[in-house]
Design a protein around this ligand. Structure first.
Ligand code: ADP
Ligand code: MG
Length: 729
């Protein structure tokens, strides 16, 4: 008998186990059992030989009529040619290799019936009649049962089609799985009985049988439901535990105070807070007053006004005698936050200076690239507690950065930071934890929020501030060259009216190792995406007389800062940039954004980018320039972006188009490896139910001592995750 950890070698022998390891990276009984069929064929669905098309991927059921081996003429080697028929047509199967080295010869003798799968190719021999063939088809011999009634059973049989390789055909995998299932020795089901019956789930053994050897489609459905549940549940248990641990940690409460810097700031606000800002503000204020750390995710579409919400939270902490750190993903954004926060605070940020207001504090900026003197000053202000607010990039995470009393960490644009980084900042507090507020403008679909960010509470800023103008988006397609000409005209008109314009390209150009990583992967046969440096001379010609600035990731941070300052001060009309302006850049006077090679960007990315315009009371215009053909997938995406400004809708679309692993992998290392059947697109209800059950279970049994089976499964998931994470760092 074999348990899940048993090496396959012991069950299947060295040869087969070796092949499974080499070809499919499967080592243990558990690995093989989790190598689920990609899909299932059954006889009723099989394609008839007469209707086969060139290039089609097919599975056919046919009988061998002729077997012929011949040596190749031009190269050493041998080809085994087998002709099969299903009565409606003929198909040739070719297997190349050394003579006698092939199982097909032994298994596929005339009269044998089998399933054959592969991609159809055709050729016309001298005789003139088109021959259809499958080269190295995957196949499975089907033994015909003699009896009449057995025929029906056979017709209904569900045939698992496994992900396979040339060396490991489907049928070799099927046989191995059968052997393993026959010897399988499972411990008690890790899922509590009561839970299984409450959620109408079958047992684990039955599920393994059902996914690998389903007798009916119902059986298969039940097996999938159970295995999906396990995937969702284990992740939710881990998250529920995180929440319990976090909630039990001590944190210094920072109650709202009357008549402090926050109240002073509120009184000076040049606008009314929106209903949403007020509500979320109250939630956060209440969280900060608790003696356990807040872990809150603040979602709000681009331009929703998250910064003010965060700043008010930071000021509450300053009022409570503590400090707040604001962590930004890029240098540009850190600098902009610093500028806008000091700007909004005015003399409230000038403590210790002449003219500093009563209750005033100080704001420090800490980035990786600043000069030694500025850095030393900032470090000192953070460590002494003089700075109530410290704004910075990753540099804030370094060990040398010390705080006198860090009470709140605000992470802007969370999707760029992982859990580990959040934790690094949390460690900076002696004998307790800071409160944490994570902000993201990429609307996160509920399922992702519940999985990747499942240890955070969520607040949503639903509406945009009043008076916020519309953004109109248009595609500028290759078949309408007049649109492009009009684009340049429009830019000149806007500039003449004193407005400003962004032009975005996917690449910097003229150098190796561009910041291309955030751009949709390139296909081999396409021209490389437009680079700023290639576009610049043309723009200077087209937009003669306009002041054009250039901004990209490879610039020295001082230069970046200088360019942003000049743009903000309206000393530039046009900012030609890469996606460094994607997050958070806020220049209300900018009204037009032109995105070159727009099809090279992801949907959410385009949405983020266009959020840079239409921020003030002026209407925004976004032009998506592309040479993608009408009707192509790329054009569909662009049309979708042009058709709606609903970020949630777009992020769902984005999620559908990306692979699961990308979504999860980007946000948090490792978690993807445990998801095989569960999809974030389609299984929201499973994830929600699992979260509910996991929260309840962990609530009554935090360390899973009453659920040893579950504890074991969890431990192995976490190991896997840690291993993955280590590999990636
Ligand atoms: P985001 O949520 O994208 O980070 P910001 O916080 O940068 O958005 O806010 C966008 C702009 O809206 C800023 O210029 C900000 O001053 C302004 N703003 C924020 N809240 C309001 C409000 N309640 N009324 C009017 N303008 C606001
Ligand atoms: Mg922002």
């Amino acid at each position: 008998m074999a348990n899940l950890d048993e090496p396959l070698r012991k069950v299947l022998g060295d040869k087969t186990a070796g092949a499974l390891k080499k070809g499919l990276d499967l080592h243990t009984v558990g690995d093989l059992l989790h190598h689920y069929p990609r899909r299932y064929a059954h006889r009723g669905e099989l394609t008839q030989l007469s209707g086969l098309q060139d290039g089609e991927h097919v599975t056919v059921m046919a009988e061998v009529v002729k077997v012929q081996g011949r040596s190749l003429t031009r190269s050493p080697g041998y080809v085994l040619e087998i002709t099969v028929t299903d009565g409606t047509g003929l198909l040739k199967l070719s297997f190349f290799g050394r003579k006698g080295s092939y199982r097909p010869e032994k298994e596929l003798s005339p009269g044998t019936r089998g399933l054959f799968a592969g991609k159809i190719s055709t050729y016309v021999p001298r005789s003139g009649k088109t021959v259809r063939q499958l080269t190295h088809p995957q196949y499975k011999v089907v033994h015909e049962k003699g009896a009449e009634e057995a025929a029906q059973e056979w017709a209904d049989e569900i045939i698992p089609i496994y992900p396979s390789t040339k060396a490991l055909p489907i049928e070799a995998i099927s046989t191995s799985v059968e052997t393993v299932l026959a010897q399988l020795d499972l411990p008690d089901d890790p899922m509590p009985d009561a839970l299984l019956s409450r959620r109408h789930l079958i047992g684990l053994r039955e599920a393994y049988e059902g996914i690998h050897r389903p007798r009916t489609w119902d059986e298969l459905g039940r097996a999938k439901a159970r295995l999906k549940w396990d995937e969702a549940f284990v992740v939710q248990i881990a998250l529920a535990q995180r929440r319990v641990v976090a909630a039990s940690l001590p944190a210094k409460p920072r109650s709202p105070s009357f008549g402090g810097i926050q109240a002073e700031f509120d009184a000076r606000l040049p606008f009314e807070l929106t209903e949403g800002q007020r509500q979320v503000g109250d939630e956060i204020a209440a969280d900060l007053a608790k003696s356990h750390p807040m872990h809150r995710l603040l979602q709000g579409d681009v331009g929703a006004g998250k910064t003010v919400v965060a700043l008010r939270a930071m000021l509450q902490v300053v009022d409570g005698g503590g400090q707040a750190a604001l962590l930004a993903p890029t240098e540009v954004l850190a600098q902009q936050h610093y500028r806008s926060i000091t700007g909004m605070l005015g003399d409230l940020a000038q403590a210790g200076q002449i003219g500093g207001a009563e209750h005033a504090t100080r704001v420090a900026l800490l980035t990786g690239s600043q000069g030694a003197k500025a850095r030393k000053e900032a470090l000192l202000e953070a460590a002494s507690g003089a700075a109530g607010i410290v704004v910075g990039t990753h540099a804030l995470l370094q060990e040398t950065v010390q705080f006198a009393d860090l009470g709140l960490v605000v992470v802007d644009e969370q999707h760029r930071f992982g859990v580990e980084q959040r934790d690094a900042l949390r460690e900076k507090v002696d004998g307790g934890r800071p409160h944490v507020l994570v902000m993201t403008a990429t609307p996160i679909p509920r399922t992702v929020a519940m999985t990747v960010f499942g240890d955070l509470e969520t607040s949503v800023l639903g509406q945009l501030p009043a008076g916020r103008s519309q953004i109109q988006t248009h595609v500028v397609p290759p078949e309408k060259p007049a649109f492009l000409a009009r684009t340049w005209e429009r830019i000149k008109e806007e500039a003449a009216n004193g407005r400003q314009i962004y032009i975005v390209c996917p690449r910097i150009g003229e150098q190796e190792g561009d910041e291309g990583d955030s751009v949709v992967a390139e296909e081999a046969d396409r021209r490389s995406p437009l680079g700023i440096m290639e576009v610049l001379p043309k723009l200077e010609e087209l937009l003669d007389g306009l002041r054009i600035g250039v901004l990209h990731g490879k610039l020295h941070p001082d230069e970046k800062d200088a360019v942003m300052r000049r743009f903000t001060a309206r000393e530039l009309d046009v900012l030609l940039a890469t996606t460094v302006i994607e997050v958070g850049v806020d220049v209300p006077n900018a009204t037009v954004m032109v995105i070159m090679d727009a099809d090279r960007f992801g949907v959410s990315q385009l949405h983020q980018l266009r959020g840079r315009v239409g921020r003030g009371s002026l209407h925004g215009l976004c032009l998506l320039v592309t040479d993608a053909a009408p009707g192509s997938k790329a054009r569909e995406r662009l049309d979708a972006v042009a058709s709606t400004t609903d970020g949630f809708k777009l992020s769902r679309l984005d999620l559908e188009q990306r692979r699961e692993g990308d979504v999860l992998g980007a946000a948090q290392a490792g978690r993807s490896s445990s998801l095989r059947l569960l999809t974030l697109q389609r299984d929201e209800d499973v994830i929600r139910d699992a979260r509910e059950e996991a929260t309840a279970l962990v609530g009554s049994d935090p360390d899973l001592s009453a659920h040893p089976g579950l504890a074991t499964v969890l431990a192995s998931l976490l190991d896997e995750e840690r291993a993955d994470f280590l590999e990636k760092t």
